[in-house]
Design a protein around this ligand. Structure first.
Ligand code: RAM
Length: 864
């Protein structure tokens, strides 16, 4: 028997992290055996103890720090040992480290400083402007302003053993020490609900310092703070001027700590960036040297809302080579990367001429004849970068810094000959999640569908969970509510979504309403107050419910109770809030969009389904909040919430369910939701399910579910006796269906099922909306057959659908206990299922208990 041990030690889900910003960090690890008990010890690295848990009985390899207050900016060592598989003796200690960030407001001594600047143009656009085609009257060059450069010089006298730079901005920034990047993250500080909280980054800059004079350099652009964001493309939604604040902590060999803080000794200038905007793009002139350094002002802005960044920063996560180039110098070279993505281009210009202007535009699809097509219409959605070369000998390489785009194709103007494929690279940006799942089958179309979902997750898990990475790029609550279960299979999303939920809670209104997007800017609130119709919606059924449904999904899939503890009060405030009106209803229900212009069609599903969807989500959220309360030991509260949920269900049944199990709106969506959320009284369920089945048959097994119901359709069929119909919907290749998109060459999940029509016609819209990719969860649960039956997969059932229509499947998910993997193969009437069960998970396959480690289960079909 191999030696028993703990390994893969994590703090806040990360290995040996620095800048940990929580007061009670969570320690987790993997173990070689089934956990009976564990002990964790934390010290200051020099042996001075901070906390010792003692022997703790438990089967989840994770525990929260429970010692005295941790110091800020401090290195800690921690160790764990475990009693495994009933052994009387613990394993050896396994050790790792972590560092705290600046944990409290009192740790911040630096001032906010602001460069001398013209405030950014206050552009206030509305949904109506967008729909009616009103556009800015002045060219982009006149509306945008330069990126500000900042510098601060300081002396390093004695040897520095450890240096940590803490920095953030109102805007987005890069930080350099002596001309070298302080870290590898991009678009810092990331998107937050800045009126409530601004994240502070922590960089290890020890190796960048030299003895004597040193220089800190920052570049500061508008970003989410002052730039153009959201569906309207309005600017200055949080503020019209940018500013920054930082403090550098220098630990010296003699034990002294020195601080270098942003203050009045900082100078600012403008330089090569004529402008930079997340939506519009940036203009970089390599010939321009910074000039006119002038002292900055102390802006007096509050530092009380500074918070250590949590989760994974946005980084360059992948690079994709160019596949081919078409076009010509005059109409532009069109470069295809073969994949819709979020990111930007790194271009090498050969034999550059001084003053040569190279323009890079971006789009997600071309016309069927291969000519250019801008698929994103709207105000300030240019997605175009301009590079002006300096004429350096040989070549120059340019990658934008303060923007990103959603695209598959780039059109390049300003190059006399076609760029070599190696000279154009797509740099994929995203929050640097740990990708913990995989899914592959013997069917290439199903595989492509899964990969499309992963690509849409990658592109839209970018600082906050967004609807799309090119048009609105907003933290729409409904979209992530729908997609969260799928997201958990592919990646470890607890840190990322917990940070976003912190923003969402900050954005919750005093009356408990949860806004339809977060971060929610002051301008979002103003423009909703001034609008009518869809533009006036502040909270909505299925959107606002993200406050309960996202945390519950995270808890179910990871067993992390903290997510529930953090969000329970916000859930309770939401269930007591004034209930919203019809909201978006079952948004984008396909049949309601057919045959009408989109601006007319878009309101039909809300009007038709809004009144049904609202009580259904109210009931579901009450149930989930009751489950959360119960999981946290709040039994009386849970009972009360359950009674309220029962009441909503009874009222719904009385008002909307007829004696023959019918609903007043005869669409797939309401039936799928009603069955999934337990809205149909028991004796009528079979009739309601039969009606759903009939509707699915009548549509020729094509989808007619909107945003809110699509995640439930296949389960509603499957769980109510129609597995064959669920399979047919999955395999459907006519529009609207998942494989229709795959057959049309989709490389991500689209917002509209008909974004590319059967005749190849393309229409404006997003090709990168993960919401309808929620089906990926079904692929993991039913096609691979990996089903959690208690939080964090503590217990699981492995029961793939061997009749799904593929010969083999190979998949795995990450769990708190390690990798849970399935590989099955079918030949004729027999199938073999291999399951790798990590120690700590109790799993069965068709009631056969599985052992920790490798299992092989052979079955003959059909299985009963
Ligand atoms: C669209 C967004 C998003 C959706 C809202 C209601 O504009 O792209 O997907 O949640 O509308």
């Amino acid at each position: 028997m191999p030696e028993q041990r703990c390994y893969d030690l994590r703090v806040e889900y990360q290995r040996a992290p620095i800048g940990v910003g929580v007061h009670q960090p969570c320690f987790s690890w993997l173990a070689t055996g089934v956990l009976d008990a564990f002990e964790v010890a934390v010290d200051r690295g020099d042996g001075r103890p901070a906390w010792r848990s003692g022997r703790v009985a438990g089967d989840l390899p994770a525990v929260e720090y429970a010692g005295g207050p941790l110091d800020s900016n401090q290195v800690y060592r921690w160790q764990v040992r475990a009693w495994l598989d009933g052994a009387g003796e613990p394993s050896e200690w396994a050790a790792s480290t972590f560092e705290t960030g600046l944990l409290g407001p009192a740790d911040w001594h630096a001032a906010w400083i602001g460069p001398k600047q013209e405030p950014t143009a206050m552009e206030r656009w509305t949904l109506v402007d967008w729909i009616t085609g009103r556009r800015p009257a002045t060219p982009v060059e006149e509306r945008l302003r330069p990126v500000q450069l900042l510098r601060q010089r300081f002396q390093v006298q004695a040897e520095v053993t450890r240096a940590r730079l803490y920095a953030t901005a109102h805007g987005i920034y890069t930080a350099q020490v002596n001309g070298q990047d302080a870290g590898d993250e991009v678009l810092a500080p990331g998107f937050d609900s800045y009126r409530h909280r601004v994240s502070v980054q922590c960089y290890d800059v020890t190796d960048l310092l030299t003895a004597g004079e040193n220089e800190l350099g920052f570049a500061l652009a508008d970003g989410w703070w002052a730039g153009r964001i959201g569906i309207s493309g309005s600017s200055a939604q949080f503020g019209a001027e940018t500013s920054a604040t930082w403090q550098l902590h220098l630990d010296h060999a003699d034990g002294r700590t020195e601080l270098v803080c942003s203050g009045s000794d900082v100078e600012s200038a403008t330089g090569p960036w004529a402008y930079a905007d997340l939506f519009v793009g940036e203009h970089f002139d390599r010939r321009v040297e910074p000039t006119g350094w002038t002292p900055v002002a102390l802006t007096g802005e509050n530092t009380a809302m500074l918070r250590p960044f949590t989760g994974e920063p946005v980084r360059r996560i992948l690079e994709l080579p160019a596949l081919h180039v078409t076009g010509d110098a005059e109409t532009g070279w069109i470069v295809d990367f073969g994949q819709v993505l979020a990111g930007r281009i790194r271009l090498t210009v050969r034999e550059p001429r001084s003053g040569q202007v190279v323009t890079l535009s971006h789009t997600e699809t071309l016309q069927p004849d291969g000519t250019w097509f801008d698929n994103i219409k709207g105000i300030n959605k240019e997605q175009t970068d301009v590079y002006v070369a300096a004429g350096l000998p040989g070549s120059e390489t340019y990658e934008p810094v303060f923007t990103f785009h959603g695209f598959r194709y780039t059109r390049i103007h300003g190059l006399p000959s076609a760029p070599a494929l190696d000279d154009v690279v797509a740099v994929v940006l995203g929050s640097d999640l740990e990708w913990t799942g995989s899914f592959e089958t013997s069917d290439p179309r199903l595989d492509r569908l899964h990969r499309n979902v992963v690509w849409s997750q990658r592109a839209n898990f970018l600082s906050v969970p967004t609807d799309c990475p090119q048009r609105e790029r907003a933290g729409w609550t409904g979209d992530i509510q729908v997609f969260a279960p799928a997201a958990t299979n592919n990646a470890q999303v607890v840190p990322f979504l917990s940070r976003w939920l912190t923003n969402l809670r900050a954005d919750q209104l005093p009356d408990g309403r949860v806004p339809i997007m977060s971060p929610y800017s002051p301008y979002d609130a103003e423009s909703a107050a001034a609008a009518t119709g869809i533009g006036a919606i502040v909270a909505a059924a299925g959107w606002s419910d993200a406050i309960a449904l996202v945390p519950w999904t995270l808890y179910e899939r990871t067993g992390d109770r903290r997510v529930l503890e953090e969000n329970l009060d916000a859930m309770l405030a939401w269930v007591d809030a004034p209930q919203p009106g019809s909201g978006f209803g079952d948004w984008l229900t396909p049949s309601t969009l057919e045959g009408r212009p989109i601006h007319e069609a878009i309101g039909i599903a809300p009007a038709l389904t809004g009144a049904l969807v609202a009580p259904m989500f109210q009931a579901r959220t009450l149930t989930v909040t009751a489950l959360a309360a119960r999981a946290l030991g709040r039994y009386t509260l849970a009972d009360q919430l359950e009674r309220r949920a029962d009441g909503v269900r009874a009222e719904f049944a009385a008002a909307h369910v007829s004696a023959d199990g019918r609903l007043p709106v005869d669409l797939q969506g309401p039936y799928a939701l009603a069955l999934a959320f337990g809205m149909i009284p028991g004796p009528l369920r079979a009739a309601a399910a039969a009606r759903l089945a009939a509707l699915v048959e009548a549509r020729g097994h094509r989808l007619d579910t909107g945003f809110l119901s699509v995640p439930y359709l296949l389960d509603a069929l499957w769980d109510n006796g129609y597995p064959e119909l669920a399979r047919r919907v999955l395999w459907q290749s006519e529009m609207p269906s998942w494989l229709y998109e795959v057959d049309r060459g989709a490389t991500t999940i689209w917002e509209s099922w008909d974004a590319i029509a059967p005749d190849g016609t393309v229409r404006a819209g997003s090709l990168n909306h993960y919401a309808f990719g929620c089906v990926d969860d079904w692929l993991y649960r039913r096609v691979a057959g990996i089903q959690p039956t208690s939080p964090g997969y503590r217990t699981a059932v492995i029961e793939p659908d061997l009749a799904i229509g593929v010969d083999s499947v190979r998949a795995h998910v990450g769990t708190p206990y390690g990798r849970l993997a399935v590989a099955w193969h079918r030949a004729g009437d027999t199938a073999e299922i291999q399951v790798t069960v990590p120690p700590g998970i109790t799993a069965t396959a068709w009631k056969v208990p599985l052992v920790p480690g490798e299992n092989t289960v052979s079955v003959t079909l059909p299985i009963h």
